[in-house]
Design a protein around this ligand. Sequence first.
Ligand SMILES: Nc1ncnc2c1ncn2[C@@H]1O[C@H](COP(=O)(O)OP(=O)(O)O)[C@@H](O)[C@H]1O
Ligand SMILES: [Mg+2]
Length: 261
Amino acid sequence: MTTVNAVNKMTEVISVISGKGGVGKTTVTANLADNLTKKGKSVLVIDANISGANMGIHVNMLETQADLNSVLAGVDTLDNAVCMHPQGFHFLPASINTAGPSMRGFSAIISNLVGHYDYILVDTAAGADDEVKEAIKASDSVLIVTNPDIPSVSNAALVKRLATNLGKPTRGIVLNMARGEYLELTDKQISEFMDAEVISKIPFHKNVKQSTVFGKSVHEYSPRCPPSIAISQLAGKICGDETEKSNFLRTFASKIPGLNR
Ligand SMILES: Nc1ncnc2c1ncn2[C@@H]1O[C@H](COP(=O)(O)OP(=O)(O)O)[C@@H](O)[C@H]1O
Ligand SMILES: [Mg+2]
């Protein structure tokens, strides 16, 4: 395996899921991996969207030796398929040319990887089909990505129910592509409807789309833009390191005379 990390880590396996496609799962997963790595965590990103892989595009790694599809098919080894991303995290790609085989066997693959990383982030297909179900089954918890509109949230509720039925807790909801528009659902409405906390609100921003086109993380492309800060805060919440928030508060307090004594 690519530069094996120390074994016996307390690995947390998180599937990033959604009801609808195009809500930003792959974007959130890729950027979360980049941010957790920056916070000193060892991370493996898995593209488990074997019927429509595109994590390779997001992280600009399309020329890989082997992939999850060929490992699942038993024709390649994990050692060949896990590669190192220049930003420091590991990446297990899926094939962009072939769909399938089935995801049955994914849990066994995860078992072989647990202990080597702090976090394994599993990017999934949209919806609640078997491909997604196998990813959820192999995970400790799920992170649900939705946009602030009724179709997106109602489908997200279905996939949350699938995770709950499989005994997997929801780590939180990521409300992506928030534009603050009239009639957009609020965090509170979404939390109430889904019975889970909105732990991150990532604004819609052209730089996110541009960063995808260039195969960069938002942080690398535009570190100070609002989505970049939101994703960094999300990473802080996931790993319990919210220094960015406290740094911000400290800076803010230092600007108010008498407050920072
Ligand atoms: N916050 C955002 N602002 C603007 N564009 C975004 C944002 N999040 C994701 N996108 C863009 O939306 C498109 C779909 O995102 P993607 O992560 O591939 O969705 P999914 O994996 O859920 O299908 C990509 O082009 C991505 O750059
Ligand atoms: Mg995707």
